[in-house]
Design a protein around this ligand. Structure first.
Ligand code: KMH
Ligand code: ZN
Length: 272
């Protein structure tokens, strides 16, 4: 029986370290979090990094050091974010691949993002996709809305399959401006995916638990972490990423689809 791929999105670009002391922002904090999350059942780490002032950055040499540190401390698949922060330029987001990660995120369309706009126009999406193919970096297609799935079909139709040959998507649900985080929307999204694609789902904020249970019920995989939620339960802040991974692993075990170890996840995602 297939296990459950668990991705931890440990930091994100939005939370403020001053307000969330448990957020991993230094290389040391991120590496320690990664080790704990692997132990708890994660196979993939989705990475945003911060600068000396804990502000989001896409600095390539810092990203390169981060990839090296995560590789030496863990066997997790290192997936760098090409989404960055809403203020990052398209050039800086393309340059993320210079850090030579195993995998990267690739968002398939523009979406309102709270009071901001997360811009992913078609020209950028196709440039980034072609670059992932040239560099052999396996993309995970981030889908914030049903229209992004139509763009994914268009991308695969025009440019062919991704590096590694397998299409894996992540439904990002509950972002204010994107698709809602409920079971009906999840089922509609899964039905629209390309044949043979696999998928994870993440519910942002209060959509965390409904999306986790709906994803397990529908045969999907899970992304959890402090990028997506900072509250473990009503009124109780998250103390660290590992407790979110542990909760996802416990749910996956209850569903009799235990966490997939990183070595198996590499085969599953087509990562060499
Ligand atoms: N921080 C968001 C604007 C990704 O990592 O690819 C974009 C994001 C998606 O987090
Ligand atoms: Zn991200």
């Amino acid at each position: 029986m297939a296990g459950t791929l668990i991705t931890v999105a440990a930091t994100g670009a939005e939370a403020d370290k001053a307000q969330v002391p448990a957020l991993p922002v230094t290389l040391d904090e991120l590496t320690r979090t990664a080790v704990q999350c692997q132990r708890a059942g994660a196979a993939v780490i989705h990475v945003h990094i911060r600068d000396e002032q804990a502000r989001p950055t896409l600095d390539v040499s810092r990203l390169t050091d981060t990839v090296a540190a995560l590789r030496s401390a863990t066997s997790l698949i290192v997936q760098l974010s090409t989404g960055g922060a809403v203020s990052d330029s398209f050039d800086a987001r393309l340059a993320v691949l210079d850090a030579e990660p195993d995998a990267c995120s690739l968002t398939c369309g523009t979406v309102n993002f709270g009071d901001e706009v997360f811009a992913n126009p078609w020209g950028f999406v196709k440039d980034l996709y072609q670059l992932t193919r040239e560099r052999g970096v396996v993309p995970e297609f981030e889908l914030f809305d049903l229209g992004h799935i139509a763009a994914l079909h268009r991308l695969l139709g025009e440019f062919g399959p991704p590096a590694g040959g397998h299409v894996h998507c992540d439904l990002v649900m509950g972002v204010p401006g994107g698709m809602p985080g409920d079971a009906a929307t999840l089922v509609a999204a899964v039905r629209a995916l390309p044949d043979g694609a696999t998928w994870s789902a993440t519910g942002v904020g209060r959509a965390t638990l409904p999306v986790m249970f709906a994803a397990l019920a529908a045969g999907g995989h899970l992304r959890v972490g402090m990028e997506d939620t900072l509250t473990f339960s009503r009124g109780r802040p998250v103390t660290g990423n590992a407790e979110l991974v542990q909760r996802a692993a416990d749910a996956a075990n209850l569903a009799q689809r235990p966490p997939m170890p990183p070595a198996r996840a590499r085969g599953f995602l087509g990562i060499g």
